[in-house]
Write a protein that binds this ligand. Structure first.
Ligand SMILES: Cc1cc2nc3c(=O)[nH]c(=O)nc-3n(C[C@H](O)[C@H](O)[C@H](O)COP(=O)(O)OP(=O)(O)OC[C@H]3O[C@@H](n4cnc5c(N)ncnc54)[C@H](O)[C@@H]3O)c2cc1C
Length: 512
């Protein structure tokens, strides 16, 4: 995919989809990459999610995907296998070879439940082998339940949790250490019997658990088995970003450390849901995703604000022109060449003249040109290039945000790709219009908002882009004959072949 998304969400369960909805509603471009296996898929229904109680896990995901798409989000089925930070955006690679670029990552890959290796456990998982009193405790209320222990502390805790739901709880010690004296007393106080011995298998009759068979051949009758799986965040995709899961303080497993908004130690990378919080349920995973989505939006706003300030500063342009990469060509902007071809040479104002390519080209065709730019560095280079070309151009350093050209002074006023915030831009365009002589031409060209759909690397600041119609709206139709267009041009950009669109407004001031 060629688009650079604001955010790539890896994992489209409750957490990821919820984050994507928040981001989509914030007009962020967002892609959700999802392998399609929510952790609770084996369960019949989602419980404890206010207003959604009992909904099928896959139905919940389907609804979530529709909501993401409603706000312009894109859901890509597939598995992300690696992520890395490039000089610019993050790059996420999928198992089918595709790659996706995004400015921020929200990783909501959930976790893997490592189940005890006892025949019948994996087969019945999510049905009558259960782990969570809040998810499916109500469904086994008043039934005989056996807790299959691996970690004594967690199993004792779990036995007492399920004792709240049913009076018939048995503690099967299995591979765990024997309960401490204190734990044994607690279990005894609740009437929970402790049985030592390895559980060989979970017995099933007529598609329902009937008991747990021990090594000595005896069977403990029960209709549900409770396990506490070791829970490990699905984090393989984070390895390339230097993130790995850390042990949970209570021994539940391993999760990715993050601050309360989900921000990890890797700048620009957030986690939410079970990947960050092993005990999060569906509603809290959705909540974590929403919080992360809001935090990412705020972070992007902060970055865009820094960028918006930067592109207006003289230092930024001095640095860009100083690097020598910009403004080396000698071909004029095509719209300038086209306009000048139709006009006799006269006086021209090149607004934002940079290193002077358009100015020098016009001057070499007999125009008397004034070039104006914010950057001293650009103007010094322009002056050198004009001298080399043997032409005279008047160079002028000024901030276009408040610079006032002479009234009705020029036969051609050209502003190519000058991007300023709208009120400043409109005021500049009014001043430029006033500087055109009756009969003269005002030519304004810029990056069209359609380019935001393309993976262009120049600052992605939608509020600085404009259409020809928007530019034309500042002119008095009684005074101007206006033509607007949106021509496309093909460019090679960072290895991608792109079609970019220009916003062009050419207006001729009617003679008085
Ligand atoms: C059997 C069972 C029943 C449960 N019942 C309930 C219940 O009734 N109520 C409740 O609140 N909670 C329940 N839970 C807990 C619930 O499953 C989790 O809270 C919830 O799924 C966490 O949401 P999540 O978005 O973090 O992860 P998930 O829902 O697991 O979603 C993660 C998504 O990421 C995808 N993914 C993973 N790796 C990649 C990758 N590399 N690239 C692309 N996609 C990837 C997965 O395929 C999956 O679609 C249950 C859990 C289990 C195991």
């Amino acid at each position: 995919m060629t688009e650079i998304f604001d955010v790539a969400v890896i994992g489209g369960g409750a957490a990821g989809l919820s984050g994507a909805v928040v981001l989509g509603r914030s007009r962020r471009s967002v892609v959700v990459i999802d392998a399609g296996s929510p952790r609770n898929a084996p369960a019949e229904g989602v419980h404890g999610f206010l207003s959604r109680d009992g909904i099928g896990p896959r139905e919940l995901v389907e609804i979530g995907r529709t909501e993401v798409e409603r706000y312009g989000g894109v859901v890509v089925p597939g598995t992300a296998v690696a992520a890395r930070r490039t000089d610019g955006p993050f790059e996420v690679r999928l198992d089918d070879g595709r790659s996706i670029e995004a400015r921020r990552l929200l990783v909501t890959t959930g976790l893997a439940d490592e189940l005890p290796d006892v025949p019948g456990v994996a087969e019945r998982w999510g049905r009558d082998v259960v782990h969570c009193p809040y998810c499916h405790g109500w469904e086994v209320r008043d039934q005989p339940v056996a807790v299959l222990a691996i970690n004594t502390d967690l199993a004792v805790h779990q036995a007492m949790m399920f004792r709240q739901l049913t009076p018939d709880v048995t503690f099967l010690q299995h591979t765990a250490a024997a309960p401490s004296e204190e734990q044994a007393a607690q279990l005894n106080a609740w009437g929970i019997e402790v049985i030592a011995g390895i559980v060989e298998s979970v017995e099933v009759a007529e598609d329902r658990i009937s008991g747990a068979r021990l090594g000595d051949g005896s069977v403990v009758a029960c209709s549900a088995v409770v396990v506490v799986p070791r829970m490990v965040a699905n984090s393989g995709v984070l390895a390339g970003l230097g993130l790995s899961p850390a042990p949970h303080p209570m021994g539940f497993g391993e999760s990715i450390a993050a601050d309360p908004t989900g921000l990890t130690e890797a700048p620009g990378v957030w986690v939410a849901g079970n990947a960050a919080d092993l005990t999060a349920q569906v509603v809290s995973s959705a909540s974590g995703g929403a919080a992360a989505g809001a935090a990412i939006n705020a972070d992007l706003i902060a970055e865009d604000t820094r960028l918006a300030l930067k592109v207006l500063s003289r230092d930024y342009w001095d640095e860009r022109y100083g690097s020598g990469k910009r403004g080396t060509g000698d071909k004029p902007n095509p719209q300038v060449a086209a306009a000048a071809a139709d006009l006799p040479a006269g006086t021209a104002l090149d607004v934002g003249s940079g290193t002077g390519t358009d100015s020098i080209w016009l001057a070499s065709r007999g125009w008397k040109v004034t070039g104006v730019d914010l950057s001293d560095v650009a103007l010094e280079r322009a002056a050198r290039r004009a001298a080399e070309a043997g032409v005279d151009v008047t160079w002028h350093q000024a901030d276009l945000a408040d610079w006032e050209p002479g009234a009705a002074e020029f036969d051609l006023v050209s502003a190519q790709y000058i991007h300023l915030p709208r009120p400043v831009r409109e005021a500049l365009h009014r001043r430029l219009a006033a500087s055109v002589r009756p009969g003269g031409t005002l030519l304004i060209v810029g990056h069209h908002p359609a380019d935001l759909e393309q993976p262009v690397r120049y600052p992605r600041l939608p509020h600085l882009m404009f259409t020809g119609e928007e530019i034309a709206s500042v002119l008095d139709p009684a005074e101007w004959d206006v033509t607007v267009s949106a021509p496309e041009r093909s460019v090679e950009h960072d290895g991608h072949k792109l079609t970019l669109t220009d916003a062009v407004m050419r207006a001729v001031r009617r003679p008085t």
